[in-house]
Write a protein that binds this ligand. Structure first.
Ligand code: ADP
Length: 426
């Protein structure tokens, strides 16, 4: 080959390789660009999915935490997979996920119930009353009983990581909902106690009346007018007691059924009410030589409220002072003033009688509570409902009542009530 042909061949080979290199480089760059574009699209998609998942998780958390009831979802081995905020609160904020139910809820009764329900795998509901103190549920050092409804149900298997349910998977998840029903439980308890106390209080005078009736029928007491009169007088006292009990129970039940909405509010003079009470109690006041002293600032106080309940409340307080101090000459002072600054009216009923021992003071407004429980057969005891009515009536008017006592020196019932808010118009 001549040198010229060789040079041309070499040049052609060099040019060919250069072109090939360029084509290869172009191809590689295009490929790389494609890969980079695919990568960035994938990244974008991934980011979108992540953001969506995060948003969904946040939503789920929000929904779960929106429930006041505690919700716990466990797997077959009673290991908690999901727990909402209320459930964590019940366990003093401890992290629950991954813990077995025994390690999460320290209450034995609840653990036992859940474990049994889990083994039966049947939907079930039960009310549990926790009576021991220092519970792990709710607050520390719990003294009062708390009541819980525990609702168990097996759930169809659901792959939490896959977001899908597997029809072939026979394993189950388990959900438990714990609802705090302490308030309802207490209301029920109060109702039950009320019915029990009311039945007891009614049964006693009825038994006495029926005993005397038997005497009247069987014996010859009718022949002795004096004995008959004594028996009939006692019977009348006890039948009056039954009437009073029923009347007072009706007033309480009316006041408890949200009577504030049904109050017959209209303006009245405090003086008029006190005069009506002293008239009604005149014979008792006279018998005990009691002195009723009124001290109002200003002299004429107009209140707006239900005068029936106000009279009933003040009557009960004044009658109590008289009833409880039958043996001593008594001073009962009724003080009332309007505090313009905070627009409150205060009414104090102060007596200088035997008073109420400090140990009893916290309970005297409870229904059927009496300081002295045992009375003689002929002396008809109080119903124990008087002060409960007073409290309900004052509270229905937006007020409060307190009692303080220095036995033998001074016992004060102090009512504080909004003044103008009580007034419709002056
Ligand atoms: P009761 O029908 O027994 O009077 P209340 O509810 O009116 O029932 O009063 C509860 C208890 O409070 C009474 O049994 C009485 O022992 C005590 N009490 C109330 N007011 C007085 C008072 N002014 N002085 C002494 N004890 C009082």
């Amino acid at each position: 080959m001549n040198p010229q042909a060789l040079t041309i061949t070499l040049l052609l080979i060099t040019a060919g390789s250069l072109i090939c290199s360029i084509i290869l480089w172009r191809l590689l760059t295009a490929q790389n660009n494609k890969a980079q574009a695919a990568y960035s699209t994938h990244r974008k998609e991934h980011k979108t999915i992540l953001a969506k998942t995060k948003a969904e998780r946040r939503e789920l958390k929000l929904v779960l935490n929106a429930f006041d009831d505690a919700l716990v979802i466990m797997d077959e081995s009673s290991v908690i997979q999901i727990a909402n905020e209320s459930a964590r609160r019940l366990c003093q904020g401890r992290k629950l996920r991954g813990k077995s139910i025994e390690n999460a809820f320290l209450e034995n009764e609840i653990c036992q119930y859940i474990t049994t329900a889990l083994s039966k795998k049947e939907a079930d509901q039960q009310k549990i009353i926790l009576t021991n103190s220092g519970s792990s549920l709710g607050q520390n050092n719990r003294i009062e009983d708390t009541a819980w409804i525990i609702d168990y149900a097996p759930l169809p298997s659901y792959d939490l990581s896959n977001d899908s349910s597997d029809p072939n998977d026979s394993s189950l998840l388990h959900r438990v909902i714990l609802r705090n029903v302490t308030a309802e439980h207490r209301t029920d308890q109060v109702k039950r106690e009320f019915v029990a106390n009311a039945s007891h209080e009614l049964r006693t005078p009825l038994a006495i009346i029926s005993g005397y009736l038997e005497n009247l029928i069987d014996d010859d007491v009718v022949d002795s007018p004096a004995t008959a009169r004594r028996i009939l007088t006692t019977m009348r006292k006890h039948s009056e007691r039954i009437s009073r009990l029923i009347e007072e129970m009706l007033i309480i039940s009316k006041l408890e059924s949200g009577a504030s909405a049904q109050l017959n509010n209209e303006p009245f003079q405090l003086n008029d009410i006190i005069n009506s009470i002293t008239e009604r109690l005149a014979s008792l006041i006279q018998k005990q030589q009691a002195r009723i002293i009124t001290n109002f600032t200003p002299d004429n106080i107009t209140l707006t409220g239900d005068s029936f309940y106000w009279e009933q409340a003040l009557y009960n307080i004044i009658e109590n002072a008289l009833k409880q101090n039958a043996d001593s000459p008594l001073n009962i002072e009724i003080k009332s003033m309007i505090n313009e600054q905070n627009d409150q009216i205060t009414i104090e009923i102060i007596d200088n009688g035997k008073g109420i021992p400090a140990a009893h003071l916290p309970y005297i407004f409870n229904r059927f509570y009496r300081v002295q429980k045992h009375h003689s057969q002929n002396e008809v005891k109080g119903t124990g409902l008087g002060l409960s009515i007073v409290k309900h009536a004052i509270e229905a008017h937006g007020g409060t009542i307190t009692a303080t006592s220095q036995p033998g020196v001074k016992t004060t019932f102090k009512i504080t009530c909004p003044h103008t808010s009580n007034q419709k118009s002056d």
